[in-house]
Design a protein around this ligand. Structure first.
Ligand SMILES: Nc1nc2c(c(=O)[nH]1)N=C([C@H](O)[C@H](O)COP(=O)(O)OP(=O)(O)OP(=O)(O)O)CN2
Length: 164
């Protein structure tokens, strides 16, 4: 029987501070505000002969890199059905219901997500982590994003054995 191991990576340094607003409907959104988000991961991989599975330092480095790419930005959801985002010189011009908002482009990340929520951030970051980990023998990855203590969203991936 194959031996599998689960690695948990939950480091205080895996965090990003960002501004956002959650969109609830075509006419309702939160006010702009910020969170200190923290990112953690669970990785299932086969045990090697020498009692070592996947090198967690590799995944720590990647998670840090992903957090740094979002740190101290305004995060906008490009795929929201309720807002439009256009480039206007140095700014992104965002239209939501009757609101028009300008954000400096250099302070802003426009992400391929439908809402600026912990669940969408977790799916986005999981996708990015899997891209960085392509070709590695991983069986499951779960990535969680917390907007504060006690509230988080997680996205999961499982190796598709049908394609082996
Ligand atoms: N399913 C989700 N629901 C909500 C999300 C989310 O990402 N996914 N996000 C928010 C808000 O952006 C944000 O979390 C504000 O939350 P709130 O609980 O009001 O404030 P705090 O984070 O400061 O938490 P406290 O419990 O008040 O300390 C809302 N919903």
């Amino acid at each position: 029987m194959e031996r599998l191991t689960t690695l948990y990576i939950d480091k205080e340094s895996h965090k990003f501070s960002a501004a956002h607003y959650t969109i609830f409907s075509a006419t309702e959104r939160e006010r702009l505000h910020g969170h200190n988000y923290s990112v953690s991961a669970r990785i299932v991989a086969p045990m090697g002969e020498n009692g070592f599975s996947a090198d967690y330092n590799v995944y720590k480095t990647r998670l840090k890199q992903l957090c740094d790419a979002l740190d101290e930005y305004m995060l906008l959801a490009a795929e929201s059905p309720h807002q439009s985002i256009d480039e206007s010189g140095d700014y992104y011009r965002v239209r939501f219901a009757t609101d028009e908002m300008l954000f400096l482009r250099r302070d802003t990340q426009v992400l391929p997500i439908r809402n600026a929520t912990v669940e969408e951030f977790s799916h986005y970051l999981l996708g990015r982590l899997l891209e960085l980990s392509a070709g590695e023998d991983l069986r499951e990855v779960e990535l969680c994003v917390a907007s504060g203590p006690g509230q988080k969203g997680c996205a999961g991936w499982r190796h598709d054995t049908a394609t082996d």
